[in-house]
Design a protein around this ligand. Structure first.
Ligand SMILES: C[S@@+](CC[C@H](N)C(=O)[O-])C[C@H]1O[C@@H](n2cnc3c(N)ncnc32)[C@H](O)[C@@H]1O
Length: 236
């Protein structure tokens, strides 16, 4: 799988992430999954959360990442972390095809659920709920937007590398009853000169908290009532 959007987005990914928000997600994961010994991370991307889980948990991690460009960043990151050598396995299959030795203590899906159509989500929840041990936890971040509505353009101020600064201008257009198209323009600046702009589009499925809860209940999971802000969690 090489989703064209990620081929464009990959070189900018770590430069434009909203670090404060992601660090709060990482802290939430650390809290929710304390004590977990085996974690499956679906759609690990460049490995930002793989690394924080390695740091915060005493767990073996299976990181599933089908997109070659993202997996290149993931394994490059992991190759520099000594503990990853014994604790992280990277699988190149997608969430439907990947098989993990189970049962596992936790399944984590961050910034990913929007890629699945309703029928695919039902299969996803069934498959990964059945990979959990009794009492195991499934974690998903709160989805945005919650319904198919336009999201006004906003600039994500990114980071600087040497003489160049990176940012993303992002917006979402409604393209269907439960779908939006995120249009992300990645801009490279040198001083006040725009030196490059590349645009990636992602057609995304919208799923509200209520719908997510209903789907996960159908898969046999029970919500964790005190999940930290920004994430939703369910237990088998
Ligand atoms: C927005 S990125 C999020 C990456 C990482 N979870 C994070 O929060 O930084 C979504 C990732 O999910 C991966 N992905 C998309 N469809 C997938 C699927 N069906 N199974 C597994 N991963 C998938 C993409 O390749 C991409 O790396």
């Amino acid at each position: 799988m090489d989703e064209p959007g990620y081929v464009i987005n990959a070189p900018y990914y770590e430069l434009i992430i909203p670090t404060a928000h992601w660090d709060s997600l990482a802290a939430a994961l650390g809290k929710l999954l304390a004590g977990a010994r085996t974690v499956v991370e679906i759609g690990a991307g460049t490995g930002y959360f793989t690394e924080t889980m390695l740091r915060d948990l005493d767990a073996e991690i299976v990181a599933i990442e089908p997109a070659r460009v993202m997996r290149a960043a993931l394994v490059t990151r992991l190759a520099r972390i000594p503990e990853a050598g014994t604790r992280v396995t990277v699988l190149a299959e997608d969430a439907a095809a990947a098989e993990v030795p189970g049962p596992v203590d936790a399944v984590v899906l961050l910034n990913l659920v929007m890629h699945f159509a309703p029928g695919e989500r039902r299969a996803l929840w069934r498959k990964w709920a059945s990979a959990l041990r009794p009492g195991g936890t499934l974690v998903v971040e709160a989805q945005y937007p919650q319904r198919a509505e336009p999201v006004e353009p906003a600039v994500l101020p990114g980071r600087t590398l040497g003489r160049r600064r990176y940012e993303a201008r992002t917006r979402a257009d409604v393209i269907g009853p439960d779908m939006v198209r995120w249009v992300n323009a990645y801009r490279t600046w040198e001083g006040d000169r725009l030196v490059a702009e590349e645009v990636a589009e992602f057609d995304c499925h919208v799923v509200s908290d209520e719908r997510l809860a209903a789907e996960l209940a159908e898969a046999g999971l029970t919500p964790v009532p005190d999940a930290p802000e920004g994430v939703h969690a369910w237990r088998l």
